[in-house]
Design a protein around this ligand. Structure first.
Ligand code: PBG
Length: 324
């Protein structure tokens, strides 16, 4: 059917008709906020590179969990920023470390709200790499037991989900078997399966003080030129026991999200990372882009590409404006 019988504008005439015909919708429950926890109490520290995002101490985080729950968000993913960093990232798997205490406080404040623990070493190591670092290289197999310990500690503290973001080979299997050995059979793994070595993580590294002191992450995170490899990474992680998978970053990877959606059945997450957030915020501040429309469009595009759930620093902003 062609013009004049076919007139696509018929379905665009009024807001109500557009809503009726809309294929993709976004609900606060589709969104996961990302939170940064620091030592101390009463701390609400702005992050210069991420306007509107704060580093919070454990006490403040408990209230934040309640707020996020009341807003109807799907959950939060938690990043720890410890005072003490060392070569092996021991604060990352210390049962009394800042992350474990934060998880306990959040679950106490909002028991029904989903807390996802990011599992990686880069926020906890003094060299800033995601694993054991020797002679300019991150050692894969030596890193696995440390990640597994971090996952067990987070799950024992009450994390509903553990989410490895380190990109070591074999880490999902290592974490699954360590969880099972600790009888944490029911703790699901959300794997950052397709995580690119992206320049869009820049603001996060300032927020988490986790930039590598030397070198970069291209020896373990994915090359931006590769799409098919992302599908292999996801397939491998599912075989190793991942219950859910994530693609990261989001807007630069809509092709990967769309292909992963078509190929895999597990819940698919995408991470709208710090650089995507800050880029939009900077343009909004200058009046170059119009909020909140551009925010909603960015989220909807990621959803339309096929992501079931989106980790986003805009999660609360979207939920506050949501009117059903
Ligand atoms: C930890 C981790 C990073 C991000 C999430 N988990 C940083 C990195 O890999 O350098 C980035 C998140 C963001 O940019 O918002 N490995």
């Amino acid at each position: 059917m062609a013009f004049p019988e076919h007139r696509p504008r018929r379905l665009r005439r009024t807001p109500a008709l557009r809503a009726l015909a809309r294929e993709t919708r976004l609900h606060p429950g589709d969104l996961i906020d990302a939170l940064f926890v620091v030592e101390g109490s009463g701390v609400r520290e702005p992050i210069a590179s991420m306007p509107g995002v704060l580093r919070l101490s454990v006490d403040q985080l408990a209230d934040e969990a309640k707020r996020c729950h009341d807003l109807g968000l799907g959950g939060v993913v938690l990043f720890g920023i410890p005072l003490h960093k060392d070569a092996l990232g021991t604060s990352g798997y210390d049962p009394e470390g800042v992350v474990a205490r934060a998880i306990r406080a959040m679950k106490r404040a909002a028991p029904d709200f989903v807390v996802i623990a990011d599992i990686c070493l880069c926020e906890y190591t003094d060299h800033g790499h995601c694993g054991v670092y020797e002679n300019g290289a991150v050692l894969n197999d030596e890193t696995l037991p440390l990640l597994a310990r971090a996952a067990v500690v987070a799950a024992e503290a009450g994390a509903d989900v553990v989410a490895p973001s380190d990109m070591m080979d074999g880490r999902v299997a290592a974490i699954r078997s360590a969880l099972d050995e600790a009888r944490l059979f029911e703790t699901p793994i959300l794997s950052y399966a397709a995580k690119y070595a992206s320049a869009f993580y820049g603001p996060f590294r300032e927020a988490a003080e986790s930039a590598p002191k030397s070198g970069d992450r291209r020896g373990y995170q994915m090359d931006a030129g590769n799409g098919r490899e992302a599908l292999r990474e996801i397939a491998t992680d599912i075989e190793e026991g991942a219950d859910m998978v994530m693609v990261k970053p989001a807007m630069p990877c809509l092709d990967v999200i769309s292909q992963a959606r078509a190929r895999f059945e597990v819940p698919l997450f995408a991470y709208q990372v710090s650089g995507e957030y800050s880029m939009l915020q900077a343009a909004i501040e200058r009046g170059w882009l119009e909020a909140p429309r551009v925010v909603d469009e960015s989220l909807l595009a990621i959803r339309r590409a096929g992501a079931d759930r989106i980790v986003s620093y805009f999660a609360k902003d979207f939920a506050r404006r949501y009117r059903g």
